[in-house]
Design a protein around this ligand. Sequence first.
Ligand code: 9MR
Length: 380
Amino acid sequence: MKRRAFIAGAAAACSVPLATSAVPYIPPQPDTGGPGLDARARRSGRRFGCAIKSGQLAKDPAFTAAVLREAGTIVQEYELKRHVTQPRPGRYDFSGNDKLVDFAQKHGLAARGHTLVWYSNNPPWLAAALPGARGRARDTLLTGYIETAMRRYAGRIGEWDVVNEPVEPNQGRADGMRAQNIWGQAFGENYIDLAFHSARAADPRARLFLTDFGLEHASRRCEARRTAILKLLERALSRRVPIDALGIQGHLKPFREPFDERTFARFLDEVRGMGLGIAITEMDIADRGGPQALEPRDAQVAAVGKAFLDVALANPATSSVLTWGLSDRYSWLSTYPEYRWPDGKPSRGLPLDSDLRRKRLWASMAAAFDAAPPARKGAR
Ligand code: 9MR
């Protein structure tokens, strides 16, 4: 990079109210060779992975090669959601995820399962059946899928997002639980107990996650969400619900909300203090609202990624980091109205650009993995 552009990038990186470090981090230019992110993550006993779709593997060999270069674990971007797998009652279609799990097995990758119980992406028949159902029939609408999916992939999917996105304080409930949620409406909070108990029974060796977004920034929105999650975890653990770990999605939006290392570190300490593991399960960085020019924008995105991962990896309970996609060639951020650029240019929130080149964000993630102290061994 030309020296002037570099300085401009660095200055811009300093001007974003993101992190509390005294010395601003200036991410290095990415190298083009060298070990991938999973190899870096393994140095501290962790894993790196990404979300993928089976269609990408079928149609894009260059992207597939990039996944194999960078990732040690994969997760389905959508192919285990119930509207896909259970289009009609009692009829399952696991064909998309079977391809992903076969791919993982063939190449020695680990696989996560996303997601078993979510307020969203349920088939219409399920949302229609739930309110009128009672007793065992109602329980089965929740637990039947957990049992079927987890038994099918026992030994091949080691970690499951059992309950996804349970809190939403801005929906008005005093306890911060998501009000517009078919599961909460049918069972009350007990849906969480039922889900985790049936997951534990379906595959006792699997690591069971509760996952949510909006836990990362130093904003009122995230503060309320962190409080709601901590209280939920406290209640659930006191009822002996078998939750092993919290999945922090990590959809960062640094040009809208600040990131503060101490705030995030304190939250992770509280989670660890409850005896839970931690993973970053869906990391990406919305660059909408950042500078138009790519150099300073990429530098700022990379700086936030580093600040965020430095805190996440300083905690020994953090076992893995997954990004939501791997390359800007395929990112939900480029399709979502709130985050996509109005001129149709791709969002640059993932480690590889649209041409599969390693970006500054890749370099800052690699640097964070390289510097990470060891993870706790044998975490469930
Ligand atoms: O990225 C996913 C997108 O392709 C799907 O259409 C959408 C609905 O299934 O889900 C997106 O993934 C979400 C994930 O499942 C939960 N956390 C937020 C993710 C981004 O919206």
